[in-house]
Ligand binder design. Structure first.
Ligand code: DP6
Length: 344
């Protein structure tokens, strides 16, 4: 009988967005992306796994509800972890034959554009890797669950290299800097809506790849330079450069979504109001103090420095009087801090 392994995995929020695949099965992206992994005490995925000889079949429970294990992405992750374990001879042949049970929960809205699949698959793959005692890097296996999940395998600032190999062996995540590198960096999540998005990221990016001219331009002429520049900004702790690139990349990603045919609209009036307010605030401050970024949903992630947190909290309270901003700021992944969303 195996022990029960439980793992908690953090969400990551991209500052250079991944949008578009060159291989749908292996989940190989068209471009490199960069993200920060947020602290997780409250906003995270939690997964328990165990393998037993008496289990008749593989099973998975998500937020308490039994789901089918026969999703290709889930199957790919389990198959690859077992293949690694076999190659590393980390467990016995018998153990590899036993069926697994997986129990997973998110403590934030699933599929509302809050990187839930990233945390979910990072968590699942890390838990399975522990169960099967796999020692090597598992970011490329997390990638098979959901592209952005490979970045949640590491803390701090992370780059997912698109890679060039057709088998995806070089499409892996690496850490740019750990969470201690820029301790003043904070993130603030503003939840503008927690309903399931109309078009999933997977479908949205497929439509973009098939129809958007802007996406081609973005991949060729914008992302490579931006990636190098933002990595430089992170290394030099240059907040204003970091923030400018973050906002420009979020805007271009949503422009690509609108340039898709049919268009994918993820931002709402509330999201646009947040973006407007941040630009006005930066303008009045005389320098860039806050950056926004929006994933495939209406919710904002604000990046800002610790010294500016009190003023930005007052601003959010003022613009959205019914929000509860008492418990909503986080640093990058570290053990002490807690993260909880603010509802606008
Ligand atoms: C907008 O990783 O959810 O959050 O690989 O199809 O599962 P799949 O997509 P997913 O896409 C995330 C897109 C994004 C940008 C990002 O996180 O880089």
């Amino acid at each position: 009988m195996s022990e029960i392994i439980t793992v908690i995995a953090p969400v990551n929020i991209a500052v250079i967005k991944y949008w578009g695949k060159r291989d749908e099965d292996l989940i190989l992206p068209l471009n490199d992306s960069v993200s920060a992994t947020l602290d997780t005490n409250i906003m995270c995925a939690k997964t328990s796994v165990c393998a037993r000889p008496e289990f008749k079949e593989d099973g998975i429970w998500l937020n308490g509800k039994k789901e089918s294990f026969y999703s290709p992405r889930l199957q790919n992750c389990l198959r690859e972890i077992k293949a690694r374990a076999a190659a590393e001879k980390s467990v016995t042949e018998d153990f590899l034959q036993w069926k697994v049970h997986v129990c997973s929960e998110n403590n934030f809205p699933t599929a509302a554009g809050l990187a839930s699949s990233a945390a979910g698959y990072a968590c699942l793959v890390t838990a399975l890797a522990k169960l099967y005692k796999v020692k090597s890097d598992v970011s490329s296996i997390a990638r098979l669950g959901s592209g952005s999940a490979c970045r949640s395998v590491y803390g701090g600032f992370v780059r997912w290299h698109a890679g060039t190999n057709t088998d995806g062996s070089d499409s892996v995540a690496t850490q740019i800097a750990d969470q201690t590198h820029w301790p003043e960096m904070q993130a603030l999540i503003l939840v503008a809506g927690d309903t399931k998005k109309k078009t999933s990221s997977t479908v949205g990016m497929r439509i973009a790849v098939e129809t958007s001219e802007l996406l081609k331009h973005r991949i060729k002429y914008c992302v490579p330079q931006r990636t190098e520049e933002i990595i430089q900004a992170i290394k030099e702790r240059d907040f204003s450069k970091f923030a400018e690139i973050t906002m420009k990349d979020s805007n271009q990603f949503h422009a690509v979504c609108l340039d898709s045919y049919p268009p994918c609209v993820y931002m709402t009036d509330v999201s646009h109001l947040v973006s407007y307010v941040i630009h006005k605030y930066n303008e009045i401050s005389g320098s860039i103090k806050v950056a926004y970024t929006f994933d495939a949903g209406p919710n904002a992630c604000l990046y800002l420095l610790e010294k500016d947190v009190p003023q930005v909290i007052s601003l959010i309270r003022h613009i959205f009087p019914s929000s509860n901003p008492d418990k909503f700021v986080t640093g990058l992944q570290s053990k002490e801090e807690a993260l909880s969303p603010v509802f606008l």
